[in-house]
Design a protein around this ligand. Structure first.
Ligand SMILES: Cc1ncc(COP(=O)(O)O)c(C=O)c1O
Length: 464
């Protein structure tokens, strides 16, 4: 890893924008667009949803028909399934992940068939991981800052204290972890949460060397890593920069037990956990938590946790899993049809192509306005390489994006997420008062440039 000069890309971007400013002086922005009123529809950069146009209506209906045939012929598993989820689905999922990630950085990115636990999506996976590994009230989770704001409440619900972990253009600053652990004392930090690839909201990707260092720290200090990899496969870095781009590998494969540990015995029906099941003296440290929400559709409510078998076994022994068996067996069997038919892979390629075009359009639109700056991104030039979002800093920094949102919504019919929401600590939210998050996935490509013009006009209005 080239150790990062965090401000380098920021300031070179600023210089470039200052040049652009000569071409588009702020006053021209103000004149360019009068306040939009009346029935003009809002351009919504706030919603972190997929484009309604790309919901997989055909693919899903095909998979449901295939699954319905199996249900009728008795081939479908309709009783309690394995605690980890239906085995044929996990096998097909492992093959899909291995295939999609084979070009990633790192020595061995193959997904283990017995290294997957089926969940009801990332949100459910995070909640389950907190139940099993959080340690309860009094423990601390270090969360990437800025990051996915809805995750913070899941952690707090488990009584965990959430402390922000700073990040720069290459993801979380891993060296900060030991400093925080030393200040809190040993045994306090049970979890570290991050979105390592194409983060929400910053679009940054954690560099491979930092990933390795993070996993080594987890083993040294005994915390577990919750790697929210919901955007890992929604990636188009090679379209942005074919010669240099290489996506870092998934976090779970870096766990020293992931490839070496032998399979843990699956729990038999009515077996009473004897305290040794799933509590091997040495367990893995990394949970890669992902789902079909961004690569297919959120409504599937289907996801997975990828980890060394010792951790999978601990998840399988959670009391509600022991009571109810696998979490989402029916969705998993529909998902299996999508994987088997190749339609999931086809859908993902389509999303990569379309969202690449949207992200590029938004990027080019933002570059035109000097008071919208992209402080960090997936590539050297700050162009987004995957995911749903662009993180923007508003200049002048005196602009408070919470107040700006009100003006933007009411007078300019454009919406976004104020940066404050993305800070994990309530009393430090002001650090991001000059930032905002734009989602390029939800709006039509033809609306993106117009949305940025409206936003620029709202800023000009707020600073006039
Ligand atoms: C980083 C991140 N994690 C998790 C989720 C939610 O995932 P799921 O729908 O699988 O629960 C989102 C959705 O926006 C997200 O951005």
């Amino acid at each position: 890893e080239t150790e990062v000069d965090t401000t380098r890309s920021y300031w070179s971007m600023k210089r470039a924008l200052q040049r652009i400013q000569k071409v588009f002086p702020p006053s021209s922005v103000q004149q360019q667009r009068a306040v939009t009123t009346g029935s003009t529809p809002t351009i919504n950069f706030l919603k972190g949803h997929p484009s309604p146009k790309y919901l997989p209506t055909e693919d899903l209906s095909h998979a449901l028909q295939m699954a319905a045939k199996k249900a009728k012929s008795g081939e479908m598993e309709l009783s309690y399934t394995a605690n980890e989820g239906p085995k044929p689905f996990r096998q097909a999922l492992a093959e899909f992940i291995s295939c999609e990630c084979k070009g990633d950085e790192g020595a061995n990115n193959t997904c283990r068939k017995d290294g997957l636990f089926v969940t009801g999506g990332v949100s459910h996976g995070l909640d389950l991981a907190c139940c099993v590994f959080g340690g309860g009230p009094g423990k601390v989770i270090l969360a990437e800052s800025p990051s996915y704001f809805l995750a913070f409440e899941i952690f707090r619900f488990h009584g965990l204290r959430v402390i922000g972990l700073p990040s720069d253009a290459y993801g979380i600053v891993v060296d900060e972890i030991e400093k925080i652990i030393q200040s809190l004392g040993p045994g306090k930090v049970s979890l570290v949460y991050l979105v390592p690839t194409h983060s929400n909201p910053s679009a940054t990707t954690l560099a491979q060397k930092r990933r390795e260092k993070l996993v080594a720290l987890a083993a040294k200090h005994g915390f577990k890593i919750l790697a929210d990899e919901v955007y890992h496969m929604l990636d188009w870095g090679s379209a942005v920069d074919e010669s240099k781009y290489k996506r870092p590998g998934r976090m779970a494969v870096l766990d020293h037990l992931y490839h070496t540990e032998s399979s843990v015995k699956e729990v038999e029906e009515y077996e009473v956990p004897d305290g040794t099941q799933g509590s091997a003296t040495e367990t893995g440290h990394v949970l890669g938590i992902s789902s079909f929400a961004k690569i297919l559709c959120p409504g599937m409510r289907l996801g997975w946790i990828e980890a060394a078998p010792s951790l999978i076994s601990m998840l399988s022994n959670h009391p509600y899993v022991l009571s109810g068996g696998g979490v989402a067996p029916l969705q998993a069997q529909v998902g299996h049809e999508l994987l088997k038919s190749g339609r999931q892979a086809g859908h993902l390629s389509m999303l990569q192509r379309e969202y690449y075009l949207r992200s590029k359009t938004l990027y080019e639109a933002v570059l035109k306005f000097p008071h919208l700056m992209i402080p960090a991104g997936g590539a050297e030039n700050s162009q987004v390489c995957g995911g749903y979002f662009m993180w923007v800093k508003v200049v002048p920094t005196s602009v408070d994006t919470v107040s700006l949102q009100k003006i933007a919504r009411e007078k300019f019919k454009v919406d976004f997420l104020p940066g404050e929401r993305c800070h994990p600590e309530a009393d430090k939210k002001k650090e991001y008062r000059g930032h905002l998050r734009l989602c390029f996935a939800y709006m039509e490509i033809s609306e993106l440039a117009e949305g940025v013009e409206r936003l620029a006009a709202a800023i000009a209005h707020a600073t006039a």
